[in-house]
Design a protein around this ligand. Structure first.
Ligand SMILES: NC(=O)N[C@@H](O)C(=O)O
Ligand code: NI
Length: 163
């Protein structure tokens, strides 16, 4: 079993997999007569393949138990999927490059509790990994016809020893 090292999340490191949703990186607009900061367009949803539409949901993730084994990955061929934490708790995003239709070795990123990510359409990722306590996330992804979930198991598990 190969141990995964938690990498710090940067927009550059995550670029092959999607977008980092970070207010510090966003265009900030003062609106509502200066009473509100608008962190504009953190991400653009990609959900219209095969007539899909964008929805916003709330996920309440139960904390994973560590050491945590990464035994599978999934991807959504028809749409992107964005997670933004509502509970200000650091969490973990695990992604992988595609290798001839299968997930390559995973990369695990430590995500601050006030930062989100959007997995681009058809990007291998692990389902939500909440840490420490039940955590709420706003999730923007696709609703529509067609098969938008592909899951593949790894021949041998990887492990994240500690968050
Ligand atoms: N199943 C579901 O809606 N969630 C997963 O896609 C996930 O990435 O957590
Ligand atoms: Ni997913």
């Amino acid at each position: 079993m190969q141990e995964l090292t938690l990498e710090p999340l940067t927009a550059k490191a995550f670029a092959p997999f999607g977008t980092v949703l970070d207010t510090d990186l966003a265009e900030k607009r003062m609106i509502n007569e200066g009473t509100t900061e608008r962190f504009h367009a953190l991400a653009t949803a990609d959900t219209e393949t095969e007539g899909g539409r964008t929805i916003l949901s709330l996920f309440r993730g139960q904390p994973r138990v560590f050491p945590y084994k990464i035994t599978m990955m999934e991807r959504h061929p028809l749409g992107s999927q964005a997670f933004f934490p509502v509970t200000n708790r650091a969490w973990i995003a695990v992604v992988a490059e595609d290798e001839d239709g299968l997930p390559g070795p995973p990369r695990a990123f430590r995500v601050p509790g006030n930062v989100g990510v959007q997995y681009a359409r058809n990007i291998w990722h692990h389902p939500l990994i909440a840490v420490g306590e039940p955590c709420n996330f706003l999730v923007m992804d696709r609703e529509g016809d067609g098969t938008n979930l592909e899951e593949i198991g790894y021949p041998a598990p990887y492990v994240i020893t500690a968050p």
